[in-house]
Write a protein that binds this ligand. Structure first.
Ligand code: GLP
Length: 264
C-alpha cells in the first residue's frame, strides 16, 4: 500500500486530481475501451473535484472518454433533492466537465426493485470491463461507501440500513433533523470496490485519525471495512497531516521516506 501524506486537504486534492488526470490521459481516446472511474461523495473528494474542474476549464483534460460509477445513493430521496448524491455529483463535478450524460452511472435509490437495481449495477460495471480506478473516502468509523462496521468484506452492491451514528453524522446536511435523513442506502460492496484495478482512498482531518490508524497499523477487520485495502495489489491512501495524528511517528516517517526516495 502506498501512503501519500500532504500538508492539507487542498494539496491532497491537487495530488489526487493529478493522479486521475494522468490515468485518463494514459488511457487515451479509444472509445471501445473508456477509462472507468469509481467516485465517492462527501467532503473528502471536494478539493479533488474542484481541481479536476479547474484543470478541465484550462483545457488540460477531457472526460469524453471516461465512464463513472458512483459508490452510493440514499433510498427514497428524490434525485433532484439538494442532498441526494445525484445532486452532489452534478453540482460538484459533472455539470462543469464534458462527460457525456450516458457515461454517468449512479445507483437509483427510487427504483421499484432495489435488489434488481443493485444486480444490474454490478453487471454494468462488468460490461465495461471493471473499474480502472476507484476513488473513495471513509467515515470516522472506517466505513467505505456505506459499508458500515460488520459489513462483509466480500460484499457486493446492495441495500443497506444506515447505523444511527451515520444518520447523526449526515443530519448536518438535513438541517440537523434526524427524521429527514434517509435510513437506507444503496451502496457498492467492499468486494465491488476491491475488484477495481486500483483503489485510492482520500482521508483528511483529525476526526479520521483513528480510522487511518486502524487501516494502516491494525489488522484486517470487518469492523473497519476499509482495512481490506491491505489486501489490494494497488491500494493508495492520500491523506493530510491532521489525519496522521494517531499513527506512530515511525509509521509516518517510513511512508514519507519511501515517497521522498528519489533513487527509484
Ligand atoms: C458517507 C458516504 C461515504 C463517505 C463518508 C465520509 O458515509 N457514504 O462514501 O466516505 O460519508 O464523508 P466525508 O468525506 O464527508 O467525511
Amino acid at each position: 500500500m502506498r501512503i501519500i501524506i500532504k500538508p492539507d486537504a487542498t494539496e491532497v486534492g491537487t495530488w489526487v486530481a493529478n493522479y486521475v488526470i494522468d490515468k485518463i490521459k494514459a488511457a487515451g481516446d479509444n472509445t471501445k475501451r473508456p477509462f472507468v472511474l469509481g467516485l465517492p461523495t462527501g467532503s473528502s473528494p471536494i478539493s479533488t473535484y474542484k481541481e479536476l474542474v479547474s484543470r478541465h476549464k484550462k483545457g488540460e483534460v477531457s472526460f469524453r472518454n471516461v465512464v463513472t460509477f458512483n459508490m452510493d445513493e440514499y433510498v427514497g430521496l428524490p434525485e433532484d433533492h439538494s442532498e441526494s448524491y445525484h445532486s452532489f455529483m452534478f453540482d460538484n463535478l459533472f455539470s462543469s466537465i464534458d462527460i457525456p450524460r450516458e457515461n454517468i452511472n449512479i445507483l437509483n435509490g427510487n427504483a421499484s426493485n432495489l435488489d434488481k437495481e443493485c444486480e444490474d449495477y454490478e453487471k454494468r460495471i462488468q460490461q465495461y470491463g471493471g473499474v480502472d480506478l476507484f476513488l473513495g473516502g471513509i467515515g470516522p468509523d472506517g466505513h467505505i461507501a456505506f459499508n458500515e462496521p460488520g459489513s462483509s468484506l466480500s460484499s457486493r452492491t446492495r441495500v443497506k440500513t444506515l447505523r444511527y451514528d451515520t444518520i447523526v453524522a449526515n443530519s448536518r446536511f438535513f438541517g440537523g433533523d434526524l427524521s429527514k435523513v434517509p435510513t437506507k442506502a444503496l451502496t457498492v460492496g467492499v468486494g465491488t470496490v476491491m475488484d477495481a484495478r486500483e483503489v485510492l482512498i482520500i482521508i483528511t482531518g483529525y476526526n479520521k485519525a483513528r480510522a487511518l490508524r486502524e487501516v494502516v497499523e491494525g489488522g484486517i477487520s470487518h469492523m473497519w471495512t476499509v482495512s481490506i485495502l491491505q489486501m489490494h495489489p494497488k491500494g493508495i491512501i492520500v491523506c493530510d497531516e491532521a489525519s496522521t495524528l494517531e499513527l506512530r511517528v515511525e509509521t509516518v516517517k517510513y511512508f514519507k521516506d519511501i515517497e521522498n526516495d528519489t533513487r527509484f
